[in-house]
Design a protein around this ligand. Structure first.
Ligand code: S3P
Length: 430
């Protein structure tokens, strides 16, 4: 079992290249595989999760070659995926599993999808239920809520579906099913969620309509051509360095080429409200590219803040590290409306509360968030990552300001989203 030992630091300085965005990397493989002709992916996230997505499409006959962060997909067209032999395996990747269920539902062959022991515990009903309404035939444990799932070929019909929870994975699964369905598929979002699927549809010239909280696609769509995609740095990975730079005295970090799509920048907004010194230097984006900036952070005195409502989906993966920042903010930080944290790679509400409490934080979990009183000194101890990459990295950030060394156990999962994290994390200690 891998572990990470973090000693307290005095100051953090440096420039960090942030690896490619996970959400965009997954989607680029999916759409590149359905396109006709060559799709080149630059700065692809070469992580375990994204490699799972590549493996799945290779199993369905798509020619994909990968050299580190460079991926070439030779798509043979919209209706040319081949029946896979054996199970498709999404590994630890909830995004792969949920989104691909939409795509697989529209195929004229039977497929079976599974995942690792953590993913096999995560709910799939949220995508299976609307896909079933579209005509998909999906079966598996717990009435089709849990992997492994079997998908049998059925023609899909477009539906109009109001998402009961704000989820980009569910939205994307339905839009991908909509590519193959007869008629119009409409998704209504209660709150805007990351819009990478819609942006990628635009860049592949796939027609769709968006008006307010309503996104529609008229299926079955016409074939579309491959293209080159430059994947921006993942703001969810940059988040660990952002918080580290803020809470560590005498520090300045510059994070290069980070995606700043407004549906993903909730953490920056929340931290700025807390008094964080964060500046963005936006880069010129070409047509169809996601917005990108270099982000500079300087050590800051933080004040408590209340977080809830529309900002929640815009920072959903950043709450574990946000909790670390809140332990150092003056006053009581309150997080509400973030119950979705419970169904991530672990129950992040409970796991962050128990691990940070062990380190000396004053944190109380609630049904949909936390109360966190600060600032509190933290102490190094022995902690479990709870099998969750974002908890592992958040605890590593907390460990920088703790008294004494911290050992984080079970950290191989960091590779699911941030290969090379440890090396970069060590390189900024001064
Ligand atoms: C993702 C959406 C979010 C996020 C996940 C990636 C995506 O999940 O937590 O890490 O790429 O669409 P939900 O859609 O369940 O909120």
């Amino acid at each position: 079992m891998k572990k990470l030992v973090v000693f307290p630091a005095r100051s953090l300085q440096g420039i960090v290249e942030i690896p490619g965005d996970k959400s965009i990397s997954h989607r680029s493989v999916m759409l590149g595989s359905l396109a006709t002709g060559k799709t080149n992916l630059n700065h692809f996230l070469n992580s375990a999760d994204c490699r799972s997505t590549i493996k799945i499409f290779k199993k369905m006959g798509v020619k994909i070659s990968q050299k580190g962060n460079q991926v070439t997909i030779r798509g043979t067209g919209l209706n040319s995926l081949k029946p896979p032999i054996g199970m498709l395996d999404a590994g630890n990747s909830g995004t792969t599993a949920r989104i691909i269920l939409g795509l697989l539902s529209g195929q004229p062959f039977t497929s079976r999808l599974t995942g690792d022991k953590y993913l096999r515990r995560r709910p799939m009903k949220r995508v299976v239920a609307p896909l079933t309404q579209m005509g998909a035939r999906i079966s598996g444990p717990d009435h089709g809520n849990l992997l492994p799932l079997k998908l049998e070929p059925r023609g899909l019909i477009g539906i109009s579906y109001r998402l009961p929870v704000a989820s980009a994975q569910v939205k994307s699964a339905l839009l991908l099913a909509g590519l193959f369905a007869d008629g119009k598929t409409t998704v209504l979002e209660p709150t805007p969620t990351r819009d990478h699927t819609e942006r990628m549809f635009s860049s592949f010239s796939i027609p769709f309509e968006k008006s307010g909280n309503k996104i529609s696609i008229q299926g079955p769509i016409a074939p579309f051509r491959g293209r080159t995609i430059k994947v921006p740095g993942d703001i969810s990975s940059a988040a660990f360095f952002i918080v580290a730079g803020l809470i560590m005295p005498n520090s300045k970090l510059v994070l290069k080429n980070v995606g700043i799509n407004p549906t993903r920048t909730g953490l920056l907004d929340a931290l700025k409200k807390m008094g964080a010194k964060i500046t963005l230097s936006p880069k010129k984006a070409r047509k169809g590219e996601e917005p990108v900036a270099d982000i500079t952070v300087n050590s800051s005195e933080l004040r408590a803040v209340q977080v809830g409502g529309d900002i929640v989906p815009r920072m959903i993966d950043e709450f574990p590290v946000f909790a670390v920042a809140a332990t150092q903010a003056k006053g009581t930080t309150i997080v509400r409306g973030a119950g979705e944290m419970k169904v991530k790679e672990s129950d992040r509400i409970l796991m962050m509360a128990s691990t940070l409490k062990k380190m000396g934080a004053d944190i109380t979990p609630t049904a949909d968030g936390w109360f966190i009183k600060g600032p509190t000194p933290l102490k190094g101890c022995r902690l479990s990552s709870c099998g969750d990459h974002r908890i592992a990295m958040s605890l590593a950030v907390a460990a920088l300001i703790a008294k004494g060394p911290t050992t984080i156990l079970d950290t191989e999962n960091i590779d699911t989203s941030f290969p090379g994290f440890e090396k970069k994390f060590k390189s900024i200690r001064k």
